[in-house]
Design a protein around this ligand. Sequence first.
Ligand SMILES: [Zn+2]
Length: 237
Amino acid sequence: MIKCTVCLTENDDFAITCPSCKAFLQDRIPNLDLFDMGWRVLESPRKAFRTITIADHKNYALLLFTLFGISLSFTGFWYFRLGTQFASLLDLMPAAVGVGIILGLVASVLITVVYYAFAKLFGGASGFRGSLGVLGYCLTPIALSLFIVLPIELLTFGMFLFTSNPSPYAIKPVSYMLLVGFDVMISLWSIALAVLGTHVGHRISMMKSIVVVLATLGVFFGGLLLVAQQLHLTDRV
Ligand SMILES: [Zn+2]
C-alpha cells in the first residue's frame, strides 16, 4: 500500500495518482527500453515486473513474443523432423522464421487472453495490457537464446538438427544433450519468471501464480498439439 502524502488515503501499490485527491503517488513510467528492461528481468525480476506493470506502454512485448514464436517454430521443425521437406538449411531457415513470426503474433494474443482469464479467475489485479507486458518480458531468456543457442545448434548440426537419418544424437551425443538440456533450462527460466511476474503483477499468491501459468501453458500447448495433429505433423514423430 502507498499512503497519499496529501490526503493520507491508503492506495494500491501500483497506483500512479491518488484516486481521492489526484496527487501523484509515484513517478509515471511512460516507456520501457528493451535492453534495459530485458537485463533487469534477468537480474532483479521482482522490481522489473513491477516497473512493467506500472508502465504506460508495454514496449517490445510483441517483439519478444515474435522472437519466442521463431524459437518455438525452430523447435517444431526439430521435433517434427521437418528437414526432409527442404533441400537445404538455406531453404528451411526462412520458412521457420516466417512460420515463427506468425506463430509469435498469434501466440501473443491467444496466450495473453487465456492467461488473463485464468489470472482473473484467481483474483488477479492486473489488466490485459499489464498481462501482455509481463508475459512478453518473461520470454527474455528464450528470446536471448535465439541469438546464442540456436546459432550454435545450427553450426554444430546443420540440417541434421531437423532430420532423423542420422539423428543429431547419433552424430554428437554430448553436444546434442548439452544443447537440448540448455534449451530446457532456458524454458524453465522463462516459466519461473512468468510465475514471479504473475505474483508481482497480479498480486496473487505464488501458489495461485503457479496454477495460472501452468494452466495457461496447458491450454496453449494442448491447442498447438491439436493443430499439429490436424496438419498430420504428429504422424512424423
Ligand atoms: Zn490523496
